[in-house]
Design a protein around this ligand. Structure first.
Ligand code: ATP
Ligand code: MG
Ligand code: FE
Length: 347
């Protein structure tokens, strides 16, 4: 099936076009530079930027894919979770195009899309799919017997998301926003074993698949503060590398354990933090040692984009899932357990 996907849950206006599991176009307009001076995403600015970028980005994606809008088999859109006002722009645009073109509309889950996008790179996902989802707002281990209908959380963060921790630590180190890519870059020149930062929730009595990154973030802030008070230089590269090591150590350890306990022989890693070079390398090593096949999309498909939404939409069409209703709501807290907002769902 030929599907166009629209993503506007945060600050990226993403439009992708896929045919089945083949990527035809991935157009993104980002308002990240407009937010940088505020140190984080400003919802009103994001919504306005989506509104301005929406139609040109859709046209760019269709041109890139070399297909006519009339040939589409469906239009998919992120229905949630995300910023309410930002989501609303995408959902409204998707409804308008779908209605005008007389195509089915699929309101899909942003988090399930972060997983399904891997199909564009590595082909059909195995079933069940074991996924480590690590992004700006979420960190969880998920087992999905069917990515279009059945996504089950095995565990999740009890406080900060992994990406949130990257962004906050980057701020402490004066590395700017967004923090993940900046820490990734800095860490390359640092020693990951320079400072022993805490590994949250890894005690024998802790929940095996839950995460906690808020204590780590505080430990980094306190370490830096102590250094500054003593009039000492802050070894930014070492702090970045040691922090990154602590995060990736916990994530990969728990993900491999989840695969073992569930008897699953592969691991998918998705979400913006999956772009992290150290996480990718450590996951590669530990999965290889455990006999687990690792699937991680290329970094550009890990962060928010429209192709991931199109990928999940195409899967919905391929599996004959019922389209969403015309009163499809934008749901800022859509649960990960709901891959598709079906027809007749109350707003
Ligand atoms: P969610 O998907 O939970 O709704 P989001 O869509 O805002 O959140 P994503 O775009 O999936 O988040 O990911 C953005 C996050 O990924 C940010 O916190 C960013 O710092 C982090 N990130 C991006 N690249 C890297 C990297 N190379 N290393 C570590 N973190 C990264
Ligand atoms: Mg973003
Ligand atoms: Fe995301």
């Amino acid at each position: 099936p030929l599907v166009l996907g629209i993503e506007t849950s945060c600050d990226e206006t993403g439009v992708g076009v896929v045919r089945g599991t083949t990527l035809l176009a991935d157009a993104v307009a980002s308002s990240v530079d407009d937010h940088a001076r505020y140190g984080g995403v400003v919802p009103e600015i994001a919504s306005r930027a989506h509104l301005e970028a929406m139609v040109p980005t859709i046209e760019r994606a269709l041109a890139q894919a070399g297909v006519a809008a009339g040939d589409l088999d469906g239009i998919a859109v992120t229905a949630g979770p995300g910023l309410a006002g930002a989501l609303l722009v995408g959902v409204s645009a998707a409804k308008a195009y779908a209605y005008a073109l007389d195509k089915p509309l699929y309101g899909v889950n942003h988090l399930a899309s972060h997983i399904c996008v891997d199909q564009l790179e590595h082909g059909r996902l195995p079933e069940p799919t074991m996924a480590l989802l690590v992004s700006g707002g979420h960190s969880s281990l998920l087992l999905a017997p069917d990515i279009t209908t059945d996504v089950r959380p095995l565990g999740a963060t009890i406080d900060d998301a992994a990406g949130e921790a990257f962004d906050k630590v980057a701020r402490v180190l004066g590395l700017g926003f967004p923090g993940g890519p900046a820490i990734d870059r800095e860490a390359r020149a640092g020693d990951p074993n320079a400072i022993a930062f805490p590994r949250g929730l890894t005690g024998p009595r802790d929940a095996p698949f839950d995460f906690s990154f808020s204590g780590l973030k505080t430990a980094v802030a306190r370490w830096v503060e102590t250094q500054r008070r003593a009039g000492l230089d802050v070894p930014v590269a070492d702090v970045a590398a040691s922090f990154q090591e602590a995060v990736t150590d916990v994530l990969t350890r728990k993900a491999v354990r989840a695969c073992r306990e569930q008897g699953v022989d592969h691991l998918m890693i998705g979400g913006g933090v999956a772009a992290n070079s150290r996480l990718r390398a450590m996951a590669e090593e530990r999965c290889a040692a455990a006999g687990i096949t690792l699937r991680v999309p290329r970094p550009g498909l890990c962060t928010d984009n429209g192709a991931m939404v199109a990928a999940l939409g195409a899967e919905m069409v391929a599996r004959n899932r019922p389209p969403s209703a015309w009163d499809l709501p934008a749901d800022s807290s859509l649960p990960v357990t709901e891959p598709l907002v079906p027809a007749g769902e109350p707003g």
